[in-house]
Design a protein around this ligand. Structure first.
Ligand SMILES: O=P(O)(O)O[C@H]1O[C@H](CO)[C@@H](O)[C@H]1O
Ligand SMILES: O=c1cc[nH]c(=O)[nH]1
Length: 293
């Protein structure tokens, strides 16, 4: 097996991975990712104890316990490019030996759960409600830098998506991956389920028009109308498909749960998005404490 060079896996003088500044023993088997660094303490304030607190750039992390269960909460910052760093470095922390720089013979699967905010694409999914993503569909291109394959059903879904949204030639190849069924099954009551589209930006890529025109002005309507069997697109944001896609390639169990702060169909924004996120965090902590995940 090949030793991974110093330039490829960068380990700092503390023995911690380059961007996250975390050592292997400093993360738990369940990792919550949040976009906003300030949200990390909003999650860890519900921990019974905190044993590790680190910060490097936008990557703030707290590891501690809820009851006897250990978990880490880590901010990713905004966007799929940051998820490339977060998921690869989390995987390295558990699956690469930092002494020998060799991939371990026994690989570990993390539970990676995003607690985020998102924009609804359906009139019946109002602001302040919650969505658990059955699929992450990426129009951000990140996964196309890696060798990956889709199954027949995913290929059909993507073909139908590109045709319906008329995105041919506008962006690279969209990609799609499902949530881990072992995690999704715990987030049913009080959650809408559906496909989450992940975008490489908040404005043009999500059809927002301020001063610039967009190439696909009908994008929101086309996403709202899209159907594939019983599947529809519930929402969009900027991380889920990258987490699901990289997580699947690396063998981790991934889920995204999002609080809806904007409804793009009825053009409404939450009056108290912070309260909606707090309710979602409390719901997650309750489920994590009581159920087997
Ligand atoms: O609230 P977070 O988790 O950052 O998620 C959403 O909010 C950011 C945009 O405002 C993007 O990261 C988007 O995915
Ligand atoms: O509309 C929204 C709201 C939150 N996050 C997004 O990416 N889009």
């Amino acid at each position: 097996m090949n030793r991974i060079a110093e330039s490829e896996l960068i380990i700092n003088p503390r023995g911690a991975v380059y961007h996250l500044d975390l050592r292997p023993e400093e993360i738990a088997g369940t990792v919550i990712t949040v976009g906003d660094p300030d949200r990390v303490k909003e999650v860890s304030k519900h921990f019974d104890s905190i044993e590790v607190q680190r910060q490097h750039r936008e990557f703030v992390s707290h590891t501690g316990y809820v009851g006897k269960k250990r978990l880490t909460v880590l901010s990713s910052g905004i966007g799929p490019d940051n998820i490339d760093i977060v998921v690869n470095e989390l995987d390295a922390l558990v699956n690469i030996d930092f002494e020998t720089r060799l991939i371990k013979s026994e690989l570990k699967a993390l539970n990676i759960i995003r607690i985020g905010t998102s924009g609804s694409l359906q009139a019946d999914i109002p602001v302040d409600s919650f969505v658990a993503s059955t699929h992450g569909l990426g129009i951000d291109n990140l996964l196309n830098f890696y060798r990956h394959e889709h199954n027949e059903e995913e290929n059909q879904l993507l073909h139908s998506f590109v045709t319906h949204t008329q995105m041919h030639g506008q962006i690279g190849n969209p990609y799609v991956s499902g949530a881990a069924p072992s995690l999704l099954k715990h987030f049913v009551k009080d959650f809408h389920h559906g496909i989450t589209v992940t975008c490489p930006g908040f404005y043009g890529p999500q059809g927002r028009i301020l001063r610039l025109g967009v190439r696909n002005p009908a994008l929101i309507n086309r996403l709202t109308d899209f159907r594939f069997g019983q599947h529809r697109i519930t929402n969009f944001e900027m991380e889920t498909s990258a987490i699901y896609g990289l997580g699947r390639l690396l063998g981790h169990n991934c889920l995204a749960i999002n609080a809806i702060v904007a409804n793009r169909v009825v053009q409404e924004f939450s009056k108290d998005g912070k309260a909606a996120v707090e309710k979602l965090i409390q719901k997650f902590i309750g489920i994590f404490a009581e159920e087997k995940l």
